[in-house]
Design a protein around this ligand. Structure first.
Ligand code: FES
Ligand code: FE2
Length: 436
């Protein structure tokens, strides 16, 4: 059911934008989010590079649903609900690998990579009608599509085409996929951790340039003390609303980037490597685009919960709420296939050092998010969070809060739409925030 009170309050005259803290603590809001957001939007499920030959598969939980994504013998990638059509057991209990068949452990039904039932113990006891039907096949997820190597599913058969949904985010997916001559690939292994906070706090945090200098002061000090950053390079840049709730920060920063921003810590060998990567980028993309690829960092949010942080490494991250104050996070590292061992070493060390759950940034961020969640216990008496920074500016800075307003505006539109009597009141509220 849609909320019966405004969750987002916008005052255009005084340029303020506030979000009700109830939205971070309410079970009813969480149920509405699953209904109006996770069950209707496009959601990231995996990357092209995870499927290179027939039989390659990943099993993954997406919005509390267990999915099995496979490459069939015809090299088509398909997504199925990872639940046996017989009586419901999980069919594939491995996370990833290569398989000709998948056998359900409960009664032994066997499925091919195309999801079709291949054999079942006691087949002679089933009717011909059953054999002619598709009742024994794995059920496909209603929609699966990809853009620039990123695969998305939707549980909503009527969802708009993926390319329309992605809107301005396509430019950034193209930019990132352009780093590689042979294709970007997920490095093996993933980060998995939980945060005792509402999932929208991590949305905000993932595209929050404002907190970098204070929350991550120890990392910036560490860079300074280890020659791990260029002291002449400041954090500066812009934020952009990319439409449909997607947003990005694009900015320069002191740290090194394997594509392709050198720092003194990497020495002469590193300079040669980075210069070579840059030369190839310029050949393929021209000076201006190559410069942007190499020098600028990007924190990209694709609504509702795909974050691609293209910073000192590239992290692809999703997160789903288990309850209003608890989320599960998954993170993967993305890199050019042709990357040298040298560059891969620094990339992976950056991936762990800053972005990992035991790194410089993530524990500080988790502390901040859990502290906010704790503060929301007072939501009845201290009911609002403020997200007004930079409102009304023509070109918002990377450390303004436009990107969060883009997310919240879309969030509010979706949770307020459709349905119940309560939605009638909130629909007019949604209408007031469409162009925040
Ligand atoms: Fe899978 Fe019975 S539940 S074979
Ligand atoms: Fe952070």
């Amino acid at each position: 059911m849609s909320p019966d009170r405004p969750m987002v309050a916008v005052d255009r005259e005084n340029l303020t934008f506030r979000v009700a803290r109830e939205a971070f603590v309410s079970e009813a809001i969480l149920a509405r989010e699953y209904e109006a957001i996770f069950d209707t939007c496009w959601l990231y499920v995996g990357h092209d590079s995870e499927f290179s030959k027939p039989g390659d598969f990943v099993s993954r939980s997406v919005a509390r649903r267990n999915l099995l994504v496979t490459m069939g013998t015809d090299r088509t990638i398909k997504a199925f609900f990872n639940t046996c059509p017989h009586r419901g057991a999980t069919v594939c209990r491995e996370r990833s690998g290569n398989a000709k068949n998948f056998q359900c452990f409960y009664h032994g039904w066997v499925f091919g990579c195309d999801g079709n039932l291949k054999s079942q113990p006691g087949k002679e006891h089933y009717s011909e009608g059953f054999a002619r039907s598709s009742h024994g096949n794995l059920v496909p997820v209603p929609r699966l599509d990809s853009y620039a190597g990123f695969h998305f599913v939707s549980f909503n058969a009527d969802v708009e085409p993926l390319a329309d949904y992605l809107a301005g985010a396509k430019e950034y997916l193209d930019l990132i996929s352009g780093y590689s001559e042979s294709g970007m690939a997920i490095s093996s292994g993933s980060q998995e951790y939980a945060i005792r906070a509402n999932w929208k706090l991590l949305v905000e945090n993932s595209v929050d340039g404002y907190h970098a200098v204070s929350t991550h002061a120890s990392y910036l000090d560490y860079l300074k003390n280890t020659n791990g950053g260029l002291s002449s390079t400041k954090l500066e840049g812009i934020s952009r609303d990319l439409g449909n709730g997607h947003a990005v920060l694009e900015y320069s920063a002191p740290w090194g980037r394997p594509i392709a921003h050198w720092i003194p810590l990497w020495g002469e060998e590193g300079k040669r490597e980075i210069d070579a990567i840059r030369t190839r980028l310029v050949e393929r993309h021209g000076e201006e685009r190559a410069q942007r690829m190499a020098q600028k960092n990007r924190n990209l949010l694709i609504f509702p919960n795909l974050v691609i942080n293209d910073i000192m490494a590239i992290t692809v991250r999703t997160f789903y709420p288990q309850s209003p104050d608890y989320m599960l996070v998954n993170g993967w590292s993305l890199a050019p296939r042709e990357e040298s061992d040298w560059a891969r070493k620094f990339r992976l060390s950056n991936f762990l050092e800053f972005l990992g759950p035991g790194g410089f940034a993530t524990p500080d961020d988790i502390e901040a998010l859990e502290s906010c969640q704790n503060g929301f216990r007072n939501f009845r008496l201290a009911p609002w969070s403020d997200i007004s920074k930079g409102m009304g500016k023509d070109v918002p800075s990377y450390d303004d809060e436009l990107q969060m307003r883009a997310f919240w505006t879309q969030w509010n539109r979706r949770v307020s739409e459709r349905g119940t009597t309560a939605a009638v009141a909130s629909r007019s509220i949604a209408a007031t925030v469409t162009a925040a």
